[in-house]
Design a protein around this ligand. Sequence first.
Ligand SMILES: Cc1cc2nc3c(=O)[nH]c(=O)nc-3n(C[C@H](O)[C@H](O)[C@H](O)COP(=O)(O)O)c2cc1C
Length: 154
Amino acid sequence: MKILVVYDSYFGNTERIALAIKDTIPENKHVVVKKISDFHSSDIEGVEVIIIGSPTRAFRPTEAITNFLKKIDVSKYKWIAFDTGVNPKQIKSKILTFMVKLFGYAAPNMAKTIKKAGGTMLADPETFFVIGNEGPLVAGEIDRFHKWLESVKI
Ligand SMILES: Cc1cc2nc3c(=O)[nH]c(=O)nc-3n(C[C@H](O)[C@H](O)[C@H](O)COP(=O)(O)O)c2cc1C
């Protein structure tokens, strides 16, 4: 089975998680990890499962990730979606906390798009937290990511 990991990242946090996927996926699976800017249409040939990751930017995935989901036939694949974003416990502004609660994170947004387009989600979307606005990842998030991915039946 071929698995495509496609992600975007500005400061390297989402990339750290995407690159950690290879440590979790069983060795008998063929995993291709691509930053969205390096993605080529041939990368998707023979793929059954797509793991998609994006930083949360203005409560949504990045433009490149959004365009990717528009460009391909989403219904052909099984999906796992994750994002990175600010930890609500660390936000000092009440209005921002309210907005984060209201508008959410990139992964639920991607999952909604995927389901609407007929794709199958293999797991609920998940968010991994960074410190401040640019990271690094909060301690323990890579471990939490591994445990989360291990619990998904791929
Ligand atoms: C312009 C900008 C907008 C952002 N908007 C959000 C947001 O709406 N919600 C959130 O949780 N984090 C937001 N963040 C924090 C990013 O989610 C954080 O930079 C990202 O998780 C880092 O991932 P990366 O290193 O892969 O780019 C924003 C950061 C920037 C710079």
